[in-house]
Ligand binder design. Structure first.
Ligand code: IMP
Ligand code: MG
Length: 360
């Protein structure tokens, strides 16, 4: 059956790392990429190298897995071909012929249109203009691009066939719930829905083919680009959060001092975008958004990442019992607030820096 991994806040929850962990740990046969397109930036550490992937599935680290990019995903052909080469996945990666193509004109529009660039704070990767053109029904598709011919495959047929044969499929979404065109903080959102159901549509899987939906949250909330963030930490409200005051003190002890409190925290946590290098705003865990997101996504389990950034003593811990008391308390508080069990905790950037709470 299928497991979907989806972001529960504003993207950058650490999906890339968790997908690569699951792909290897669960010995998956197939990894499929859903989501918007190359506006996503997923970081994967593998065999001593760091990869910043925008197009191909982070599950590529599972060497036996076949990799697919679903029809719902926008494809930037140059970027796609570069990443295929970078990861050496030529023989096992496929695109749906119906993927819509991002061209230079979309990128130009995305970076020159004041509404998109300044109000929305787009990544400039051309996704918004391309999805608009797709809805206008004039965009070119992957089947129209000769360089992509060797990679084309009917993704829904491949995935459904794999499932019929008892194989496992890991489905990786992009962005996060708060950026959903339908359910996010409109108009400060991306150009498509970002929930688990959409991810299934992106690759052509029906709702009955999904067994698990793992919603990923970072231990604190971040947001890049424009738009509201109700849990933003500022000079004025940090006193309300003793834990955050402690984090700030920790940062200052290390000699980190930004232009304001939030900047200091972003520097301490190294919160910069993979795609745009923009600094992310830092907030306390947005529990209300997390609960709503788990509901709409139909979460069967949640995953909390970057636990080590909030609780440095937990770095690289792989057993629940070895986590600090305050970290365990924190996870329990999130579980009971979201009302979904934590199945995975991430304690560092390396693939196996994980506390796996799933049975067996
Ligand atoms: P667009 O998707 O490039 O049009 O950007 C729209 C909004 O979504 C902007 O605020 C971006 O910063 C945000 N966004 C898009 N993709 C990601 C992502 O992968 N991580 C975090 N934010 C994103
Ligand atoms: Mg990202």
């Amino acid at each position: 059956m299928t497991t979907i991994v989806v972001g529960g806040h504003f993207g950058d929850e650490g999906k890339g790392k968790m997908v690569s962990y699951l792909a290897v740990k669960d010995d998956v046969d197939v990894v499929a990429r859903a989501g918007v397109g190359p506006n996503a930036g997923h970081t994967v550490y593998h065999e001593g190298r760091q990869y910043g992937l925008r197009m191909i599935p982070c599950g590529f680290v599972q060497k036996k897995a076949r990799l697919y990019v679903g029809a719902g995903v926008l494809v930037d052909p140059t970027r796609f071909l570069e990443e295929v080469k970078l990861t050496g996945t030529q023989e096992r990666i496929f695109l749906d012929p119906r993927c819509a193509i991002i061209e230079d004109k979309h990128k130009k529009q995305d970076t020159s249109d004041a509404h998109l660039k300044e109000l929305v704070g787009s990544t400039g990767s051309g996704c918004g203009p391309a999805n608009a053109e797709r809805a206008h029904r004039t965009i070119r598709l992957a089947r129209d691009i000769p360089e992509l011919k060797p990679y084309l495959a009917d993704v829904p047929s491949k995935l459904n066939h794999a499932l019929d044969g008892g194989q496992s499929v890991l489905l990786e979404a992009s962005q996060g719930f708060g950026l959903s065109l339908f359910y996010g903080t409109y108009p400060y959102v991306t150009s498509k829905d970002t929930s688990a159901s959409m991810a299934a549509v992106d690759v052509g899987l029906g709702p009955t083919k999904i067994r698990e939906v793992i919603v990923i949250y970072k231990a604190y909330t971040t947001r890049v680009g424009e738009g509201p963030m109700s849990s933003l930490i500022t000079e004025d409200n940090i006193k309300k959060y003793p834990m955050w005051q402690q984090v700030l003190d920790e940062a200052r002890k290390k000699g980190i001092e930004g232009i304001d409190v939030n900047d200091t925290l972003a520097r301490y946590f190294k919160e910069w975008g993979v795609v745009t290098r923009r600094k992310r705003r830092v907030g306390a865990f947005d529990l209300e958004l997390a609960r709503y997101s788990a509901m709409v996504n139909g979460a069967t389990g949640i995953c909390i990442t970057c636990l080590d950034k909030l609780f440095p003593e937990c770095e690289s811990v792989k057993e629940y019992g070895k986590l600090s008391e305050r970290a365990k308390e924190y996870v329990k508080k999130l579980e009971s607030g979201i009302k979904v069990k934590a199945v995975l905790l991430s304690t560092g950037p390396q693939l196996d820096d994980v506390v796996d709470l799933r049975k067996n």
